[in-house]
Design a protein around this ligand. Structure first.
Ligand SMILES: [Zn+2]
Length: 277
């Protein structure tokens, strides 16, 4: 009994030692705490930059930047200061830009880059695959090796992206941790990748939702569902129906809210979803 009681005390003193060490190295190296723990990039503050601007640019929560850099007052970020952006990635890692030449067609560009036309149309929000203008810049995404499939088989129309937005119901600036896809109530929702259902049910905000755990520390979440078709702890295959979409929870209209998390942190699903058809 006694041993069991002393164990947590030891652990907490070890923990505080670790914290002290981390804080100490922070002071000495001038390296923010997060650089040792999580991935991200450095941003050098430019004239006119605010933390909000930087948060929007890299699509990471404002608080995460403040915390990672131990910023007490936002007024004290000076031009030239290097800020660590936890979870931030330079855009070229996600793909490359291509400048359209005379005579190019989208299908030729797609074939040359080994990517489906639908993916280019979707990622570049093109109205049609037929109309390209010379000098237009097209983003060619790198297909993600993790192979997440679209959670619905209808044409995916993004109604809200990942990052800061003014919340349509709460009317304040909030970070949106997923993608919203337009979907009529009752649209079939499929597991984006094989895995195991680890949570499902009701939560204010999400309404009816399903959370699936996948390999490599990934999770996917599906929110505002109408009917859930899976149970907790159930194994699901990629492409298996897990629910019907709806309008439950904090939602202004029928749609699917879709999140991808990696090691417990939200990532922008747009960089992971591979549209193959
Ligand atoms: Zn949403």
């Amino acid at each position: 009994m006694r041993q069991h009681q002393t164990q947590p005390l030891k652990n907490s003193s070890v923990l505080s030692l670790v914290i002290v060490t981390v804080l100490f190295s922070l002071v000495v190296d001038d390296q923010p705490i997060a650089s040792a723990k999580s991935s991200g990039i450095w941003h050098r503050v430019r004239k006119g930059d605010t933390v909000w601007d930087i948060a929007r640019k890299y699509k990471v929560p404002h608080n995460a930047i403040l915390k990672a850099n131990q910023i007490q007052s936002e007024k004290r970020i000076h031009i030239g200061k290097k800020l660590f952006i936890p979870g931030g990635l330079p855009e070229h890692k996600y793909g490359t830009w291509y400048r359209v030449k005379h005579g190019d067609t989208l299908s030729r560009i797609a074939v040359n880059h080994g990517i489906p036309v639908s993916n280019l149309v979707w990622r570049n929000r093109l109205k049609s695959a037929d109309y390209l203008q010379a000098n237009q810049k097209i983003f060619i995404p790198n297909l993600h090796p993790s192979n997440f499939a679209p959670p619905m088989r209808i044409k995916l129309v993004l109604t809200s992206g990942y990052g800061y937005r003014r919340h349509p119901i709460l009317k304040k600036r909030m970070f949106h941790y997923g993608l919203d896809f337009r979907a009529r109530k009752g649209t079939r929702v499929y597991a984006s990748k094989s895995g195991k259902v680890i949570r499902s049910g009701w939560r204010s905000g999400y309404g009816n939702y399903v959370l699936i755990k996948h390999a490599e520390g990934f999770e996917t979440l599906y929110g505002h569902l109408y009917i859930i078709r899976v149970k907790n702890k159930q194994h699901v295959k990629q492409g298996q129906i897990i629910a019907l979409s709806g309008n439950t929870g904090r939602s202004t209209g029928p749609h699917l809210h879709f999140e991808i998390r990696k090691n417990g942190k939200n990532v922008n699903p747009i960089h992971y979803l591979n549209l193959r058809q």
